[in-house]
Design a protein around this ligand. Structure first.
Ligand code: ZN
Length: 494
């Protein structure tokens, strides 16, 4: 039994081997036929040939010109029956395809060109200000500004990343295609600017003889340091008991050792020189006494402003502060006439007079910050009314000398509008004309004309424009009284 089974198994194996050898042969033949058939089909099929490259990369916004393709079938040119599809948008980054397709018999052949529109350009960063700046050693750099722009993405300013180092500021930005730009602003940690000392009340300061000199103050400004005021050193001295010009030197250094020096001239003055100042012929000095008055002074200021004329106001304690401020702010001279204008008081004694005068001087200084030294005596320096009150002391002789000793300048007049008395008595319809005539009939081209008027009078207010027009039309000029105008003084009668 065992032997029979073994011999039949051996026979089966031999048969299988013979069969598999046959199968292999058939397979090879079959594959060869398919291969030959395929190659023949390929050779027979229509052919498409692209002009140019199969894959093209172009920059955003560049021009794209499709070069086209040709097609052949069985040795004939069949380009005209080939169909093209697809397009390229060079304004938009992306991958585009142009397809060429031809159908012949049972053939359907397509060939594709790939066009990649890319952004290869870097964005741009523009810095406002210098590329190299000096920065205070003790301060952070204060950004001067910048702008970032990309041809494809547009404004990228918000995407700029800044890295600050001690000696530089780095600006970096990337566009949406990953193109990156980096620029640098150089920071020089140096301070080469000197501080500035600003002297309160200016570089020339007047001190009246005998008055104590008090430092008017100063302020230091510096690009890097604050609070340098305490570091100012002042050298020099003022002896206010000795007339002359003194120099005070103010020095300060900032934390980078930049030094500044300024000099203040302090003039200690004593007596007014009666010959000082110029005498200009043909100039009209309009002067207004006894004001201000809210009834009339405003109108006069309006006319002066409209006519572009500067004048002088000898003020008292009357009227609102605002008008004195306006007189000063509009460039007129605010001068002093005494506070009370009460003859019985001011001419009763020298002390009384100066007390009264200093009261109005302080009023003006409080309102304007300016200490006026230009005065006019009530009634003028030649008045005799003072005799009634001075108990025979010849007070005008004393006062006219004493005001000069104390550095004041006093001005009488040589043209009298007579607006306070004569014209005030005239008929209502004549008042204005009375003032006008009294002024214009007494003007002279051969001397300065100091015109006495009163800004508290209605008829003066009404006449003032005509007076100014007359002056302008007849070759006169107008000015205000100040230290540069020679005093016009009467002779003293008491
Ligand atoms: Zn007066």
């Amino acid at each position: 039994m065992d032997n029979k089974e073994n011999s039949s198994k051996k026979k089966n194996i031999v048969v299988k081997r013979k069969l598999s050898k046959k199968g292999l042969r058939y397979t090879i033949i079959l594959v060869s036929i398919i291969l030959v058939f395929s190659i023949s089909l390929y050779i027979l099929s229509p052919k498409i040939t692209l002009k140019g490259k199969k894959t093209i990369i172009i920059n955003y916004n560049d021009n794209y010109q499709e070069e086209g393709a040709t097609s052949k079938f069985l040795g004939n040119d069949v380009t005209s029956s080939m169909k093209q599809s697809g397009s390229v948008n060079t304004k938009k980054i992306g991958t585009y395809k142009i397809n060429y397709n031809i159908k012949k018999l049972f053939f359907n052949v397509t060939k594709t060109r790939t066009i990649k529109v890319v952004d290869k350009k870097n964005p741009v960063i523009e810095l406002t200000g210098e590329k190299e700046v000096n920065v205070c050693p003790n301060k952070d750099y204060k950004e001067d500004g910048y702008k970032a722009y990309d041809e494809y993405d547009g404004d990228l300013t918000n995407k700029v990343k800044i890295t600050t180092k001690k000696d530089k500021q780095i600006y970096k930005v990337s566009d949406s295609s990953g193109n990156e730009i980096e620029i640098v602003r150089k920071l020089n940690r140096v301070d080469k600017e000197s501080p500035k000392i600003i002297l309160t009340k200016g570089e020339t300061f007047y001190v009246k003889y005998g008055n104590e000199y008090k430092e008017p103050g100063f302020k230091v400004e510096d690009n890097c340091d604050s609070n340098l005021d305490d570091k100012v050193e002042i050298s020099g001295e003022v002896d206010s008991k000795k007339e002359g010009t003194y120099e005070l030197t103010y020095k300060v250094k900032d934390s980078s050792n930049n030094e500044t020096k300024v000099v203040r001239k302090v003039l200690v003055y004593k007596k007014t020189d009666v010959n000082s100042g110029e005498s200009k012929p043909g100039v009209i000095y309009l002067t207004f006494d006894d004001g201000p008055s809210s009834e009339t002074t405003t109108h006069i200021l309006n006319v002066l402003k409209e006519e572009g004329v500067k004048a002088t106001f000898f003020v008292t304690n009357s009227g609102p502060d605002s008008l004195i401020k306006r007189e000063y702010d509009e460039g007129h001279t605010v001068a002093l006439h005494t506070a009370s204008h009460d003859y019985s008081k001011v001419y009763a004694s020298v002390d009384n007079y100066f007390k009264d005068l200093e009261t109005v001087q302080k009023r003006v200084e409080r309102i304007t910050g300016y200490k006026s030294n230009i005065i006019r005596f009530p009634g003028g320096s030649s008045n005799t009314v003072s005799r009634r009150y001075d108990k025979g002391s010849k007070i005008m002789t004393t006062l006219t000398n004493e005001v000069l000793n104390r550095g004041y300048r006093y001005y009488d007049w040589n043209v009298d509008a007579s607006d306070a008395w004569t014209c005030a008595q005239a008929k209502v319809t004549d008042k204005k004309n009375c003032v006008y005539k009294n002024v214009v009939n007494n003007l002279s081209k051969s001397r300065p004309n100091v015109v006495l008027m009163h800004d508290i009078k209605y008829h003066t207010k009404d006449a003032i424009r005509d007076i100014i027009r007359y002056g302008k039309n007849n070759g006169y000029t107008f000015a205000k009284l100040d230290d540069n105008v020679k005093m016009v003084r009467f002779s003293v009668n008491n």
